[in-house]
Design a binder for this molecule. Structure first.
Ligand SMILES: [Zn+2]
Length: 167
């Protein structure tokens, strides 16, 4: 009984927060409940594993030939592991001996490019256009004639989404 009263009080407080609603019908989704991206490092640390955090937020690099998608060639697409932004299709993936998942192009508008001068090299860093998560680097030594690019991408920064099977 005590618990019931407590719930009632909580419910009353919740509904009264909603302000001027005239009906007493079931509450609607709270304003601001829509999923928003984490903003601070602490918030990112809560939603990512330590390994993901190191690569996506601190621009780390997973060791070559250790990622789950190096030799993964199923039909589907690859989304940002941090925010779900769709980045690459399986059609753009090619077998590369560099040790990281490699794509010859990213989906238009899904990524951003920044010059990276770290480690005494001039490289082009690729980040997710939606959450700024670090994905990898893009190089001009890709094997396909269409783009000539190689998006050298950390497996840990992406999530594979299989193509839906036709009914
Ligand atoms: Zn993202």
């Amino acid at each position: 009984m005590k618990r019931f009263i407590l719930m009632f009080v909580l419910l009353f407080q919740l509904t009264s927060c909603n302000g001027q609603t005239k009906t007493t019908s079931k509450s609607e989704p709270a304003v601001g409940a829509k999923s928003e991206l984490p903003k601070t490092d602490a918030e990112w640390q809560k939603v990512l594993t330590p390994e993901q955090y190191e690569v996506l937020r601190e621009k780390g690099t997973e060791r070559p030939f250790t990622g789950v998608y190096v030799d993964h060639f199923e039909k589907g697409h690859y989304a940002c592991a941090a925010c779900g932004n769709v980045l690459f299709t399986s059609d753009s993936k090619f077998k590369s001996d560099c040790g990281w998942p490699s794509f010859d192009q990213a989906i238009k508008g899904s990524v951003k490019y920044t010059q990276d001068n770290s480690f005494g090299m001039v490289r082009t860093e690729v980040t997710c256009a939606k959450c700024d998560g670090h994905l990898g680097h893009v190089f001009d030594d890709g094997p396909t004639e269409t783009t000539g690019k190689r998006f050298c991408t950390n497996s840990i920064s992406i999530t594979f989404v299989p193509e839906k099977k036709q009914r």
